[in-house]
Write a protein that binds this ligand. Structure first.
Ligand code: NAD
Length: 254
């Protein structure tokens, strides 16, 4: 589907990979609803983006808030693309250095945000897309965000890796579930990208991640994620697949 003139909902749209995707979608002629937390910079960001962008405040784990966000997004036009980027990790070891088991609530919180939140947004967005008339063969396209950690989670990433493996796992199932409705589903699994999420980590760690990336030997640029997201929207044969976007990095144990 050509992005020109379509409406996309971009979660986590006020920062990092989501924001870069929103900018590229706007450059390609699309309308964008940036979904992010009310505490984010979403309102100020869209103020500088012109009339084809709108901020819709919501928590991706809330059915009621996402439904309201979808109503607000629909003012830009029927929803054709979902790019779901909202998510984060929380470092915790299965058993800590003092021998204490990891707090279950930390694990449950990250699963709820990254996995339940992904399914919440996916199901609600797809139900809206199912009402669209087909455009170039698709009623809509949904893109989820996993991580290289879905495949090689590092020490301390137990909740994050489990949640992102779940996102990878649901990709083919959702694509099959939604095929009859002419809705495609893909997931992008980024390696290490230069976003505020990573900026919060020590410089030493960021340098080592860049050095561990075979080629190109650097962190990914958010616009490189955006370019793949737009390609998934455009290319009708991309469906049911998790695509690693990682410069061939394979994460070590730590
Ligand atoms: N940056 C990387 O290197 C990297 C690598 C692999 C995977 N990822 C994944 O990519 C996605 C985007 O990461 P990023 O680096 O752009 O992070 P980021 O922190 O820059 O942006 C994430 C955005 O999600 C929003 N958000 C968090 N919880 C939310 C909620 N409950 N409801 C709505 N919005 C919420 C935040 O406010 C923020 O604006 C995440 O799912 C992350 O796990 C990032």
């Amino acid at each position: 589907m050509e992005p020109d003139g379509i409406t996309a909902l971009i979660t986590g749209g006020a920062s990092g990979l989501g924001l870069a995707t929103a900018k590229r979608m706007l450059d390609c002629g699309g309308n964008v609803a940036l979904l992010d937390l009310p505490s984010s910079d979403g309102e100020e960001i869209v103020a500088g983006m012109g009339g084809r962008a709108k901020f819709v405040a919501a928590d991706v784990t809330s059915e009621q808030q996402v439904l309201r966000a979808l109503d607000e997004a629909a003012e830009l036009g029927p929803l054709r693309a979902l790019i779901h980027c909202a998510g984060r990790g929380s470092p915790v070891r299965t058993v800590d250095r003092d021998g204490n088991p990891a707090p279950l609530e930390v694990f449950a919180e990250i699963i709820n945000l990254n996995l339940v939140g992904s399914f919440n947004v996916l199901r609600l967005a797809a139900a809206r897309m199912a009402k669209n008339e087909p455009l170039e063969g698709d009623r809509g396209v949904c893109i989820l965000t996993a991580s290289a950690a879905a495949f090689e989670g590092q020490i301390g990433q137990i909740p994050y890796a489990a949640s992102k493996a779940g996102v990878h796992g649901m990709t083919i199932v959702a694509a099959r579930d939604l095929a009859g409705r002419l809705i495609r589903v893909c997931t992008i699994a980024p390696g290490t990208f230069e976003t505020p999420l990573l900026a919060a980590r020590p410089q030493e760690l960021r340098d080592s991640l860049a050095a561990a990336t075979p080629h190109p030997r650097r962190l990914g640029k958010p616009d490189e994620f955006a370019r793949l997201a737009l390609q998934i929207v455009e290319n009708p044969m991309l469906n049911g697949e998790t695509i690693r976007l990682d410069g061939a990095i394979r994460m070590g144990p730590r």
